[in-house]
Design a protein around this ligand. Structure first.
Ligand code: PEP
Ligand code: MG
Length: 600
């Protein structure tokens, strides 16, 4: 049977096992493949029975893995002592608890019993024991214990890593065309997905503007989030279709449904190829206004698609990938190598490097961030960097050194006040002096330092910030989140997440005008920059530089080439007089529709 979008919801299709689930489509395209159920707490490990004479050696192997884990945590404890009092103390308690779990606890005894009595290999014994303990906790329905479940899983993952001697790689060795189904994927998990094997994913949790969604778009993986009920009673190995454009997941589809989605996928890919032809054509409006189109980059591996998209540079390099999926911090040399390789690949196009924006939904264990009561409002991004200046110094030194190989700009995330910018400039000078003393080549003149406008306070103080900034990059993702007090990663409120809210638009307008008055460059690098629906409005507000996922670039370019800037500016003025988002959406969509009609 053929399912048109919206035809069925969470129902059995007549006469088949097929089930259709509706969610939020966050990355377009169609994936058809075999499902792999991802349990964040469960690492794929080999499982086999030991010969009797192997048992003692296996117990020794486990004891060594426990000792290694204890030493690793000991190092983290040492680092925690160097942290500011409250942070260090809280992290210290957590690490103490990890150490306790490694000392003759139920976990250790249970694993030893499984190795000895069940003759199970150590990795599988750890995995099974962890699963049993966690299930026991879950059934007690106690908030404190359920918080401890994640701690136990973390210790289990560390033990498995030490046993298998490979880092946490939950998606390695997956067959081609795997579709991941998960309760949740963190941005760090998503960074590990290999598009050569993974065709797409669907999760129960997650919002449209979450970093996981952004990552999916960058990797070009069809994805749907907010799929309540999708995992109930589910097992892996089923055929599954992800329609990231319509926000649908179809489990065990009928042959007719598969055939329908094969056609849909072919059509999607055909359109994408057609748009690719615009690659070398400039982004110019019908009345001759030129627009700069740059790409956002989340992972170095995307550089090929950035170059293929015809981007004029990278308008936002999110450097969090350097810190993800590891227990230690990247060294200056390591960062320098990654950054200078990117600069060389860009061949003279500019690279805007944002300093570490950790915190919120982007977590790096080596930073030892202890989440406060409200992580999105806590010690994150530039606040964290100024509290831990050694992290910022290392990163700035790597950026300055890499900048000797080509044009770079430095972008500061989550700025709220001038004092933060002044502090960064002070640190930059110190770092420069050190490099000079070490006789190391670095970017001269020093790269421009720009401010992310992504907090309402920063937008409202844009005049003052513009005095101390060389450029602005407007981050509409966080700007929308913070202006409307709506968590961008929470599917429960994602219907309220609205970049067309007049308050958000006024802040964008205010910041843009402040930049234009101060004669500094201004771009938009939030997700609206890559959605052709918003292009006319952003240009109408005075923006001439957009940075987006490489995959979105051709479609935005096409939109720009169909636009009359004078008409778009006029429509933007009308829109800015409105107080109701629904009316704004209608005015914008009508304008888009009429231009589309004319273009046809
Ligand atoms: C933004 O907030 O709009 C932005 C571009 O940064 P990120 O999505 O990484 O928070
Ligand atoms: Mg942001």
């Amino acid at each position: 049977m053929i399912i048109e979008p919206g035809q069925q919801t969470n129902e059995f299709a007549a006469g088949t096992e097929e089930r259709v689930f509706d969610g939020l489509g966050v990355s377009p395209g169609v994936a058809i493949g075999c499902s792999h159920l991802h349990d964040a707490g469960c690492v794929n490990v080999p499982e086999f029975r030991l010969a009797k004479e192997q048992v003692e050696a296996e117990k020794t192997r486990f004891t060594e893995a426990v000792a290694a884990a204890s030493a690793q945590i000991g190092k983290l404890q040492q680092k925690a002592r160097g942290l500011p009092a409250s942070t260090g103390e809280e992290l210290g308690y957590l690490l103490d608890a990890y150490q306790q779990m490694l000392k003759g606890s139920r976990l250790v005894r249970g694993v030893e019993r499984r190795i000895g009595e069940d003759r199970l290999n150590a990795e599988a014994a750890v995995q099974q024991e962890i699963t049993q303990i966690v299930q026991g906790f879950a059934s007690m329905d106690d908030a404190y214990l359920s918080a401890r479940m994640e701690d136990i899983r973390e210790v289990g993952r560390r033990l498995v890593r030490n046993l298998t001697k490979v880092p946490y790689r939950p998606f390695s060795n997956l067959p081609k065309n795997t579709v991941i189904l998960a309760e949740e994927l963190t941005p760090a998990d998503t960074a590990l997905l290999d598009p050569a094997n993974v065709a797409g994913f669907a999760t129960v949790l997650g919002g449209t503007a979450s970093h996981t969604a952004i990552m999916a778009r960058s990797l070009g993986l069809p994805a749907v989030v907010g799929m309540a009920g999708m995992l109930t009673g589910r097992r892996g190995g089923q055929q599954v279709i992800i329609d990231g454009s319509a926000g649908k997941v179809i489990l065990s589809p009928s042959p007719a449904t598969v055939a329908y989605y094969r056609r849909k996928r072919a059509e999607f890919l055909r359109q994408r190829r057609q748009l690719q032809r615009l690659r070398k054509i400039p982004a110019v409006t019908l009345d001759g206004a030129e627009v700069t189109l740059q790409a956002n980059l989340e992972l170095p591996a995307e550089i090929d698609s950035v170059l293929a998209s015809g981007a004029q540079g990278v308008g936002l390099l999110r450097t969090e990938f350097l810190y993800m999926n590891r227990d230690d911090l990247p060294t200056e040399d390591e960062q320098y190598v990654v950054l200078s390789t990117l600069i060389q690949r860009l061949g003279g196009r500019s690279l805007t490097i944002r300093t570490l924006d950790a915190g919120g939904d982007k977590i790096a264990p080596a930073l030892g961030i202890v989440e406060g009561p409200n992580p999105a409002l806590g010690l994150r991004a530039i606040r964290l960097a100024l509290k831990r200046p050694e992290i910022l110094e290392t990163q700035l030194a790597a950026i300055l050194r890499a900048g000797a190989h080509g044009p770079v700009r430095i972008l500061i995330p989550m700025v709220t006040s001038v004092s933060e910018l002044l502090a960064v400039r002070g640190i930059l000078e110190t770092v420069e002096r050190r490099l000079k003393r070490r006789h190391i080549a670095y970017a001269l003149p020093l790269p421009p330092v720009g401010t992310m406008i992504e907090v309402p306070g920063a937008a409202l103080a844009a005049d003052a910030l513009a005095w101390h900034s060389d450029f602005f990059a407007i981050g509409t993702n966080d700007l929308t989140q913070y202006t409307l007090a709506i968590d961008r990663a929470d599917e429960a409120v994602s219907s309220l997440y609205d970049p067309l809210h007049p308050a958000v638009l006024r802040l964008v307008q205010f910041a843009t005008e402040a930049a234009l008055r101060a004669r500094i460059a201004v771009s938009v690098c939030g997700e609206v920059a890559g959605d052709p629906r918003y292009t006319a409005l952003l240009l109408g507000l005075g923006i001439r530089d957009l940075s987006m996922a490489a995959a979105s670039l051709p479609v935005v370019k096409q939109r720009i080439r169909s636009l009359d800037l004078v008409a778009a500016t006029r429509r933007a003025r009308v829109i800015m007089d409105q107080s109701d988002s629904a009316r704004i959406a209608q005015l914008l969509d009508d304008f888009n529709g009429s231009v589309m009609d004319e273009a046809i």
